[in-house]
Design a protein around this ligand. Structure first.
Ligand code: 9G3
Length: 570
């Protein structure tokens, strides 16, 4: 490819909305362009990367016996009504009508579609296990698309679905996909960790894992153990109940606590230890006001509250809503609140505590010596804590650490959720009708490319892992006036191409500095510099983008093979 022909319109400046490195660099280097909010055009360089990631995905999926298909993007409402999910997703689902007024959605995922396809043709246990996958645009109308490809509204997903006879079969399929994902992300040159992601019993029931690329810019937060291989999405990390030492229950008292808005203020004012205090967080939801209570030094995990109460989403409660319920921000407490009017969710560890101080639902007042059971009745008791750095690992007890990650893949055990709802059954050896046992497995292809940039960039630009780089080598003629070395550069360009390398030659009539800056921005793994010196020394200067290391290769040697060799470690 010649740079004078390549369509890669670089940008001097990037829009301020591009906050993270991958978003900025993919725009600046001419890899992509925003079409509208949360939708992008992949330009030639990005599309070459996407195709390489997809090729790696296909190889590993096919190695596991999965078979590629392509389903429609438009999905009829009927199949979602059959699964019971047509109403479960609000504005996030993009719905439309065809010319006859029939309702559809643009596919955000394909459980319903693939189950409908398979259930009509799989009748016997002999046809299982079956794993079908596709690589296709998905549509989810994110409220706030941001970070470029990291959270877009139209994105390329590899989505796979496994069908087995029973749970043992699902375990096998799940493990095979887990292994395939490990190979895929390793081959893409990513530093990643699978983390437990189900809100099942302590230590995860293993019904779901997320593959996280570790990056400070990641939206996901993970906890991992410093001593064992435990790692979990912090939103789902389950916590043990902390038991408090026994103590005599003292009589509850209402005390004046002027200007004590935070738990810290109250504990300081009352000389009460924070592990004898309760922190309140109030949400509003489709089920009304939710008051959550955790120990004063713990945090509320919003996802766990959503799962406990069974609502779709929550947001912070407005002061008016608090006033209507007879409480006030900064002084909220469970005492005197009617669990039938207000949803009171109390963390399981609070229920073990004694003589607690908490808000008295009146400006300027708190209660001390509040005792669960005696002084208030929760609507729900559950684990609603957000695991914190230093908490004991649920597996081995060592202190956990926190990190941020980009979720590039997820694997789920669906069991018979869709096959029951949609009557996807097969006949077993005894001719008995059984529901198929399913799993589903997703990879964000665009997100994988963006995550690779997040993990591989420096002040000069991107640094592509060789396996997914748009091209392998850039040949840079540095003296536009010197006929001889330019001819040599052309010869080297041809030789490398003939050797099967993906080569670009920067044939622009530009100064070397301009060429080097663009080379570093785009991030070709290897750069070959050709000038008059090359002819006098008979040596080729090769620069490694990742390390800046410079190697000299004799012109007479098989330098193409030497370059191929260098790529293996990049
Ligand atoms: C929807 C909308 C958004 C959604 C879903 C449905 C997420 C939805 C979960 C999954 C699970 C797996 C197969 C590939 C891997 C992930 N957001 N999910 O089901 F209608 Cl609007 O997609 N699906």
């Amino acid at each position: 490819m010649r740079v004078t022909k390549m369509y890669a319109p670089t940008l001097r400046e990037v829009p301020s909305e591009a906050e993270i490195a991958s978003h900025q660099l993919l725009l600046r280097a001419g890899f992509m362009r925003k079409s509208t909010n949360g939708m992008y055009t992949y330009l030639p360089l990005a599309w070459r990367v996407i195709k390489k990631i997809e090729a790696i995905i296909r190889e590993e999926m096919d190695n596991k016996g999965a078979q590629e298909i392509m389903m429609p993007i438009m999905q009829p409402a009927e199949i979602w009504q059959e699964s019971g999910r047509w109403g479960a997703y609000g504005a996030e689902m993009i719905r439309l009508k065809d010319r006859h007024g029939h309702e559809y959605c643009l596919g955000p995922t394909h459980e319903e579609m693939v189950t409908t396809v398979v259930k009509n043709d799989v009748r016997s246990y002999r046809q299982l296990p079956l794993n079908l996958y596709q690589i296709q645009d998905k549509f989810r109308d994110e409220r706030r698309p941001r970070f470029g490809l990291m959270r877009s509204r139209d994105f390329i997903m590899k989505d796979a679905y496994s069908f087995d006879r029973d749970e043992a079969g699902l375990e096998q399929s799940y493990q095979e996909m887990y292994d395939a994902y490990t190979k895929i992300f390793t081959r893409c040159g990513l530093n990643f960790r699978p983390v437990e992601a189900d809100s099942g019993a302590i230590g995860g029931s293993g019904a779901s894992h997320e593959f996280m690329v570790l990056a400070e810019s990641g939206e996901a937060e993970i906890v991992y153990c410093s001593a064992c291989d435990y790692a979990a999405d912090v939103e789902k990390a389950e916590l043990h109940t902390i038991t408090a030492p026994e103590e005599a229950e003292l009589p509850m008292e209402k005390v004046v606590t002027p200007d004590c808005k935070t738990i810290a203020d109250v504990c300081a004012y009352l000389q009460a230890p924070v592990d004898h205090s309760m922190k309140a967080v109030a949400f509003q939801s489709e089920k009304g006001l939710i008051l959550c209570f955790v120990r004063g030094d713990h945090e509320v995990n919003e996802i766990k509250v959503i799962n406990t109460v069974g609502v779709n989403e929550v947001e912070m409660a407005e002061p008016e809503l608090l006033a209507k319920a007879g409480t006030v921000g900064g002084y909220m407490g469970p005492v005197g609140m009617d669990p039938k009017k207000v949803i009171i969710v109390v963390d399981q560890s609070v229920m073990q505590m004694h003589n607690i101080c908490c808000g008295a639902n009146e400006e300027g007042y708190h209660y001390i010596n509040v005792n669960p059971g005696r002084d208030f009745t929760p609507t729900y008791v559950a684990d609603i804590r957000l695991m914190a750095e230093g908490d004991p690992c649920p597996h081995c007890g060592a202190p956990v650490k926190k990190a941020r990650g980009i979720e590039v893949g997820q694997v789920f055990k669906l069991f018979t959720k869709y096959s029951q709802a949609m009557h996807a059954t097969y006949l077993d050896e005894n001719g008995k009708e059984q529901p198929m046992v399913m799993g589903c497995y997703g990879i964000g292809v665009g997100r994988t490319m963006a995550a690779a940039v997040e993990q591989n960039n420096d002040k000069d630009g991107m640094i592509w892992p060789a396996a997914i780089a748009p091209y392998h080598v850039l040949v840079v003629p540095v003296n536009i006036k010197d006929e001889a070395s330019n001819a040599k550069a052309e010869e080297i360009y041809q030789t490398l191409q003939k050797a099967g390398l993906e080569v670009v030659i920067d044939d622009r009539k530009e100064r070397p500095g301009v060429k080097f800056k663009d080379a570093d921005l785009i991030g070709y793994p290897l750069r070959v510099v050709v000038g008059p010196k090359t002819l006098t020394t008979g040596e080729l200067e090769v620069k490694v983008r990742r390390t800046g290391e410079v190697k000299m290769l004799p012109l007479g040697s098989d330098y193409a093979s030497a370059l191929k060799e260098m790529l293996h470690s990049l």
